[in-house]
Design a protein around this ligand. Structure first.
Ligand code: ADP
Ligand code: NI
Length: 217
């Protein structure tokens, strides 16, 4: 198996699949998650090929990307099979992309999963935090025609996949409903330490946002 050739082909396939994506899952999201995962794996020393494939393919079948009601994992699976990737690699990569999303795991940690799973999940979560996470939340809300904030509404608790998908309050509410929970859900020590910094940055931003909202600063 020529790993470099497969990765090169995967990059081209993913770029093509994500063209025009407007909900925060475009190619640049993949590239940032790829860089996050490399940073984390410098310390963790897990299988970089599995990590790279999972990062690259993790959003090609996302229901928001394909505009369907459910995620479609056969897009990644068929691509890997067509490129003769060994079965055990395909199994590991598919396990990661099927189980890593917030809408799947909610506030539970997957202690039974592989090191590679934990790294890819952390890398993806980091992209929902910090300066980039703020930009993505407002981009996502804008794509759904939601207001930046609506102080008449209360943040809703997320306890099922269905009610996570139904949240419609405002982009700012999303920070309370999901993003502020992420730092306590991280898996790896490196991911946790980066998440803490990004969390602090977000908290400072939220404080300033609310002061500006009321014309107090
Ligand atoms: P996951 O792939 O883990 O299910 P999503 O695809 O729901 O995560 O999230 C992708 C990006 O869009 C993240 O940065 C996330 O914070 C943002 N996002 C998701 N839902 C909302 C929402 N209701 N309001 C604002 N941003 C959102
Ligand atoms: Ni992602």
């Amino acid at each position: 198996m020529n790993k470099q050739a497969i990765l090169k082909k995967t990059v081209l396939f993913v770029k093509k699949s994500l063209v025009g994506e407007g909900t925060g899952h475009d190619w640049w999201h993949i590239e940032r998650v790829y860089n996050n995962a490399r940073t984390i794996n410098k310390k963790e020393k897990a299988d970089q090929f599995i990590i790279d494939l999972a990062v690259l393919l993790h959003d090609v079948g996302d229901r928001k990307v394909i505009g369907k009601a459910e995620d479609d994992y056969t897009i990644a699976e068929n691509f890997l099979k067509a490129n003769k990737v060994p079965g055990e690699v395909i199994d590991q990569v598919l396990f990661i992309i099927k189980n890593m999303s917030f809408s799947h795991s909610l506030n539970k940690r997957r202690t039974d999963a592989s090191k590679e799973f934990h790294i890819v999940q952390d890398a993806d979560r980091l992209d929902a935090l910090g300066a980039i996470g703020i930009a993505r939340a407002f981009a996502f809300g804008g794509s759904k025609h939601r207001p930046l904030y609506d102080p008449t509404k209360k943040p809703q608790p997320i306890n099922t996949t269905a009610n996570y998908r139904k949240l419609e309050s405002s982009s700012f509410h999303h920070f309370y409903e999901k993003i502020l929970l992420l730092k306590d859900l991280m898996n790896t020590p490196t991911g946790t330490s980066i998440a803490k910094q990004r969390h602090q940055y977000l908290q400072a931003y939220m404080k300033q946002f609310l002061l500006e909202w009321e014309g107090r600063k």
